[in-house]
Design a protein around this ligand. Structure first.
Ligand SMILES: O=C(O)CCC(=O)C(=O)O
Length: 336
């Protein structure tokens, strides 16, 4: 029901069904600020150094920032603007797209999975399937008027960037540059435009609680002015403050599996604040549903036996959405 959307109402107090039990709260005072998330300059002419830096970041953090990624700053500004304008549309306009059915390929929703969860999250989101574009774009929002054009241009460029990163990630594991792209098949691409309104009591709830991403690779465009993303590193929550113009890349569960556990799909979460709305745009590259996934043969040896069994992404994705977001790492259920 569209009246559940946070972006259509003003809340002076936090409704009870958003309040986390005491042990699960974010403890914002304990978050490490000022730590550096690895930065990779994709414009560097030294490809070997770029590949090595990406490999190190995937091993140590599962997260890194990319600079000189090739997506123009004007396009990025337009994506953020059109996303904000969408969430400012009148309630009756947004109600047309509202759904709490996680299988819908285009939906405006709230929290994570309102049908299943008992405690909600302080987030609204527009979820769009993006590939092949011509199949989905006709059903994307036609308001704001430049939404379809701006977002489809961004989707194409993000996909290309993702494929460039796959090549570097494959090489960093000692695999053929084409390994990831070929193994993951004709890939789906999804986008979540996340909107976190100011929250009356940010200490008691989350925008998104700790989770890992079920897909292969995530490219995250973040609000440059309002922080909120935190990653688990060395047992502590670390705030991510991207460098100007950077995109944030994180390894999803499927690359952890393909790398036979060498690369890490790391827990991350989004917290909210009481003063300012925040937006992020997450682009997810997802393996083809029917392709068989599991550790790359070359990475399975006598000393490093397969950590995960083989499975299809279809099986994995269904399992992921059947659970709560902050349960144990979904890949644990696919161990050998
Ligand atoms: O909003 C953010 O910074 C994080 C978003 C995220 O983790 C997601 O959409 O899965």
């Amino acid at each position: 029901m569209a009246e559940h959307l946070l972006s259509t109402a003003v809340h002076d107090t936090l409704p009870g069904n958003y309040i986390r039990p005491e042990p699960q709260r974010p403890r914002l005072a304990e978050v490490v600020t000022g730590a550096r998330i690895p930065v990779v300059d994709l414009g560097s002419p030294d490809r070997a150094a770029v590949v090595a830096a990406i490999g190190d970041a995937c091993r140590s953090h599962g997260f890194f920032q990319v600079l000189n990624h090739g997506i123009h700053a004007d396009l990025i500004a337009s994506v953020m603007a059109v996303g904000r304008d969408f969430f400012r549309l009148p309630p009756e306009e947004k109600a047309k797209l509202y759904s709490d059915d996680p299988t819908r390929k285009i939906r405006l929703s709230t929290s994570f999975n309102v049908r299943k969860e008992t405690v909600h999250n302080w987030r609204d989101y527009l979820r769009l399937h993006c590939h092949p574009l011509h199949e989905f774009v006709p059903d994307w929002p036609s308001n704001p008027p430049d939404f379809k054009d701006t977002m489809s241009t961004y989707c194409k460029e993000v996909r290309e960037l993702g494929f460039r990163l796959y090549a570097a990630i494959s090489e960093s594991l000692g695999l053929e540059a084409s390994y990831m792209k070929e193994t993951l098949g004709q890939q789906e691409q999804h986008m979540a435009v996340n909107f976190y309104p100011p929250c009356p009591e940010p200490e008691l709830t989350y925008g998104l609680p700790a989770h890992t991403d079920p897909n292969a690779l995530t490219i995250l465009l973040m609000d440059q002015d309002v922080a909120g993303l935190q990653v688990l590193h060395g047992g502590k929550w670390v705030a991510v403050n991207p460098q100007p113009g950077a995109l944030i890349i994180n390894i999803g569960d499927q690359l952890q599996a393909l790398s036979n556990g060498q690369y890490r799909s790391v827990w991350h979460r989004a917290v909210v604040n009481s003063d300012r709305e925040r937006m992020s745009v997450a682009s997810f590259l997802c393996p083809c549903n029917h392709v068989v996934l599991g550790p790359a043969q070359k990475l399975v040896t006598e000393d490093t036996p397969a950590v995960y069994r083989n499975y299809t992404y279809d099986e994995y994705y269904k399992k992921f959405w059947s659970r709560n977001l902050d349960q144990e790492h979904c890949l644990e259920l696919f161990r050998t």
